[in-house]
Design a protein around this ligand. Sequence first.
Ligand SMILES: Nc1ncnc2c1ncn2[C@@H]1O[C@H](COP(=O)(O)OP(=O)(O)OP(=O)(O)O)[C@@H](O)[C@H]1O
Ligand SMILES: [Mg+2]
Length: 456
Amino acid sequence: MQLPPILVVDEKPDMLSALCDALDSVGFPVEQAASGSEALDRFKTTRYSLVITDETAAGISGLPVLTSIKKISPQVPVIVTTANGSVQNAVEAMQAGASDYVLKPFSVKDLQKTVSKIIGRTKGGDGGRNPSIVAGRSGAIKQIITEDSALKKMLALAREVAASNATVLIQGESGTGKELLAAHIHRHSRNPQAPYVAVNCAALPDTLAESELFGHEKGAFTGAAGRKIGKFELAGPGTVVLDEISEMSMPLQAKLLRVLQEKEIDRIGGTKPVPVDARVIAISNRDLKEAVAEGKFRQDLYYRINVIPFRLPPLRERKGDIALLAEYFMEQYSQLNGKQNMRIGDAAMKMLASHPWYGNVRELENTMERAVLICNQDVIAPHHLMLDGSCEHGGDREPFTAKTGWTVREMEKSLIFHTLEEVEDNRTRAAELLGISVRTLRNKLREYKEELGEAK
Ligand SMILES: Nc1ncnc2c1ncn2[C@@H]1O[C@H](COP(=O)(O)OP(=O)(O)OP(=O)(O)O)[C@@H](O)[C@H]1O
Ligand SMILES: [Mg+2]
């Protein structure tokens, strides 16, 4: 719920405060470090959601900070800030595991956008969408948990094909673990240390899409102030994940087809093609074949990316995994919140087993996280799941209903978490809806956290 702070590292005090101000002004919690070694000391004792480091932070240069951080917590994303013109450094940073780079002098808007995109990703949430790194809030690499024989076979097959360079297409309903499977393939690929660069095609504005993917030369078009390296080049010999590929515009589809066929890209304004070596994983939660039939997706591109297809089964078709995943998430989130000895009561387990899970594993994960936070005792009961009345198709938003047997305290907590969920964690909006001040909301959330700490 509450975002861990962002650690900003820069040896220049002016730059440090400019970066912090830019993030603070849009409500990101920030902490600063004036040198690389200070950053590492802090990093060892505090959990951060993201690190933004200058490429040459004092004491220890930026890239070693990046590599040290990646050794301690490989899942924490790192953005490297680099002086304008040193695009080569940006490429090196990406290859050393950075999630993105920001050229200095930076534009406040671009910085905010890059950060939101990456934070959205690590939250496993929407918007910027998942992973450069698929990681949980606990920071551990997210595992694919299953006892389902069909899914297990699929994972084994994925491991086998991971070693080839063939294009992979992953389809499946929302929340079934498509991004997790893409990361799994990357981890078992020929170059697991190489960058994993994810692009959400639905979030790419038409005008910028081509340059995002393939890059541009300085002055290639009005506003192209410097050279930009596209995602395909940044990935090097790693993996490019094209998420929500069904949303790609027709002209861009034509260009992508050419890239896949020729294995080279044309930077906008460039004079000669640049060879690319990255493996491509395309993801879609729409049936691409249908999109082809509707004339929204090029048939030739479909055949080109459909070399090795995977279709993740929805949770309701692998009911055996429900209890397993529920226990797994309960343990993850109780550990994360310092709670011990929690368990899922029989009645709650029955309710979980019979829920339709149209939002699939993501809905189950959210449900268990919320249950752990709401439950003041050791045993999770049906009302902590807040699943009542949510059996209609239509996603993971349940109506809020209170039941006899709840304490007033539990009801207050449930209402607050429910509201936060509805407004996607926008505290100002949540406070408005709840009729309390943002400060009161913040205090209440802190209290709940402390309670959890004391319950240890
Ligand atoms: N088998 C699994 N084991 C553990 N966690 C899982 C599993 N499948 C999915 N998850 C978790 O569920 C959430 C959703 O998974 P993911 O983001 O990969 O889904 P998706 O198919 O890409 O969804 P969308 O189409 O909405 O983007 C993530 O937090 C992921 O870690
Ligand atoms: Mg996804």
